[in-house]
Design a binder for this molecule. Structure first.
Ligand code: SF4
Ligand code: SF4
Length: 290
């Protein structure tokens, strides 16, 4: 079964990425929702899923030296490329990358690697369908792997439930977790704001989207705060072959809905011409309620 992945990203946090994702959900049928912003997930705060499954995600390994066995030969220190082992043969887990070289070179099996839980994955049901999200353990760095796991599970659930879409609240920025969020996706929606930094971040994140995913569209949040910069964003997007598919204005009802932990209703607040909103939904999705 063909599952369309629609991913919403932004060049930095706080540009309205989650607001747009949430506002789309009531209009998409047969859709699994996934929050891949694993460093700071917040879509579940608006959707209030009833959790049906929670599991730990093992994302890396760390070495431990057993001092009672260690003969002090120094092989592990000499071969560790990450300088993670102290002269007293204690592994610094903040530096250890879990490569396993120390275990290989130890002549008497005084080192072993153990699994490390880097996050938790949550599955649940919302009034709109299934939702998958995850939280990275604070201080852990393997968010790209956790993002991939969330995406893979969302696709599995979509196939199991006969859903045609997976809507993903992607990671902000331009790091590896963003690449994990969008690689191979059918459609990427980049949310930006009409500021100089917004334009700069948009260019950087478009570079990534062009390389790793399918069709890219741009959405301008709070476009009315600077019509001049909105125009520049539109020109830059057109120049690169990515149309600005939607602009939405600054509106107190959007802020109010989010602060009250509700899904903002972008279309019902008469922020757009109805036809434009419906055209936007049709372009990005197969099953649309209009
Ligand atoms: S697993 Fe690799 S990084 Fe960690 S202590 Fe051993 S050699 Fe160093
Ligand atoms: S290689 Fe093994 S025995 Fe040698 S110092 Fe390291 S842990 Fe100890």
């Amino acid at each position: 079964m063909d599952v369309k992945e629609i991913v919403v990203i932004s060049g930095k946090g706080g540009t309205g990425k989650t607001t747009l994702t949430a506002s789309l959900i009531p209009y998409l049928e047969n859709t699994v929702v996934a929050d891949c912003d694993v460093d700071a997930p917040d879509l579940h705060i608006l959707l209030h899923p009833r959790l049906t499954r929670t599991r730990e995600f093992i994302g890396t390994k760390k070495a431990t030296i057993f001092s009672e066995k260690c003969c002090g030969c120094g092989n592990c220190i000499n071969h560790c490329q990450f300088i993670a082992i102290s002269p007293a043969f204690i592994v610094n887990h903040l530096k250890c990358e879990g490569c396993g070289v120390c275990e290989l070179v130890c002549p008497i099996e005084a080192v072993s690697l153990h699994d490390v839980v880097v996050g938790n994955i949550y599955e649940g049901e919302t009034p709109y369908g299934p939702m998958i999200h995850a939280k990275l353990v604070p201080g852990e760095e393997t968010s790209g792997k956790l993002v991939s796991e969330v995406r893979n599970r969302a696709r599995e659930v979509a196939i199991e439930r006969g859903c045609s879409n997976v809507l993903i609240d992607g990671s902000p920025g331009i790091g590896c977790n963003v690449i994990s969020s969008i690689t191979g996706a059918s459609i990427v929606l980049i949310v930006t704001e009409p500021t100089l930094s917004g334009l700069h971040d948009l260019k950087r994140v478009m570079d990534i989207s062009e390389r790793f995913s399918g069709k890219t569209y741009v959405v301008i949040n709070k476009y009315d705060l600077s019509l001049d910069l909105s125009e520049q964003i539109e020109q830059e997007s057109n120049r690169r072959g990515h149309s600005v598919i939607l602009r939405f204005p600054f509106h107190k009802n959007i802020v109010k809905a989010v602060t009250e932990k509700n899904i903002p209703s972008l279309s019902e607040k008469k922020l757009f011409e109805k036809a434009r909103w419906e055209d936007f939904l049709r372009k990005i999705s197969d099953g649309v309620k209009v």
